[in-house]
Design a binder for this molecule. Structure first.
Ligand code: XIL
Length: 331
């Protein structure tokens, strides 16, 4: 207590504001429907998290109804909410192979045209929220499970340098935002995480403005942070990049039971302790918070129960473990 008082007073003297050091941020993805319509969802969101990310609202499918049109309603609402409540916000995502609009997929642009489309999108979206969105997942899932570059609209139309170009466009639109490469199954050491490491190392070498790597961390209950994760985070740090855990959920094979929930809680604790202990880990963001709104049952049939509140917003054991490591901050 005394320690925090001293740190708080120092920050008051140095910065003139009474804010405490808040990293790692504790965040969640937000789904638009309950965000707008479910009071209980909103109350938990208000109370528990100091960072948000849109589960879908910043994706092309939502922002780009047509080649010449943008629909910012949902994204604006989330950015305004973050500003009003003093929460940080991550932008997800500018370049991905999924959730692209039909008009884009059906277009046949030349390489130069595709670059122009990408540039316009990124400039408009990042530029609109410059100074308000703290970090962007500029490129999402560019490396496939076989550790090669993933086949995608962007790879086919532009070629592999779409990755560097996307970072360049994002940096031009908001030089202060933290720019991330984000992917799944890159938490431990594997051919895929090596390929991601090589990719971000090459970007750094070329002087591309990349700031961090996001570990999605869609993992299975029972997961533990081990030596490989520590080695992997170390090499990221040594490259001069920060790390965020961006989409954490811990799926359980159904039917769920008390033992499985305990195992899941221990997994949450392991990840939270890791992120808290590693100064380079800037955020721990979950892919939702209530089992009432989780992509897991749809994406992994036979699995569910992956988050820290149940379908009635009752905290599960995982919640208690997380809160032990991340005591609620005063906002
Ligand atoms: C998922 C959303 O949760 C779903 O609602 C949507 O239907 C599909 O996308 N990796 C990502 C996220 O980077 O954008 C994905 O989100 C989950 C996997």
């Amino acid at each position: 207590m005394k320690f925090y008082l001293v740190v708080g007073l120092c920050s008051l003297i140095v910065t003139g504001s009474a804010t405490f050091s808040r990293t790692p941020y504790f965040g969640t993805a937000v789904a638009m429907d309950p965000f707008r319509n479910d009071r209980e969802y909103r109350a938990v969101l208000d109370r528990e998290f100091d960072m948000i990310v849109a589960e879908n609202a910043f994706k092309w499918s939502e922002l780009r109804p047509g080649p010449d049109t943008f629909d910012f309603d949902d994204a604006d609402a989330l950015v305004a909410y973050a500003s009003a409540t003093g929460k940080k916000i991550r932008g997800h995502t500018l370049v991905w192979h999924r959730q692209l609009p039909k008009w884009l997929l059906e277009s046949k642009p030349s390489r130069d045209e595709a670059i122009a489309i990408l540039r316009e999108h990124i400039s408009r979206v990042v530029g609109r929220y410059a100074g308000r969105v703290d970090a962007w997942d500029v490129v999402n899932e560019a490396i496939d499970d076989d550790a090669k570059m993933r086949d995608s609209f962007w790879l086919r139309t532009i070629g592999p340098d779409y990755v560097g170009l996307a970072f360049e466009f994002a940096h031009d639109a908001d030089p202060k935002a933290k720019l991330y490469y984000n992917d799944y199954s890159i938490e431990d050491l594997s051919p895929k995480s090596d390929a991601v490491f090589d990719l971000v190392r090459d970007l750094k070498k070329k002087g591309v403005a990349i700031d961090g790597v996001g570990w999605q961390a869609h993992v299975i209950a029972g997961f533990r942070i081990g030596r490989e994760h520590l080695q992997n985070s170390k090499r990221i740090r040594e490259l001069g990049l920060e790390l965020s855990i961006t989409e954490l959920d811990l799926r359980i094979e159904l039917p769920s039971n008390v033992e499985k929930l305990r195992l899941q809680a221990d997994s949450f604790a392991s990840i939270a302790r890791f992120c808290k202990a590693d100064k380079n880990c800037k955020a721990l963001v979950m892919w939702g918070f209530t089992d009432a709104h989780s992509w897991i049952p749809g994406a992994f049939p036979g699995f569910g129960d992956a988050l820290i509140f149940d379908t009635s917003f009752r905290p599960k054991q995982g919640y208690d473990e997380l809160r032990r490591v991340f005591p609620r901050k005063q906002v």
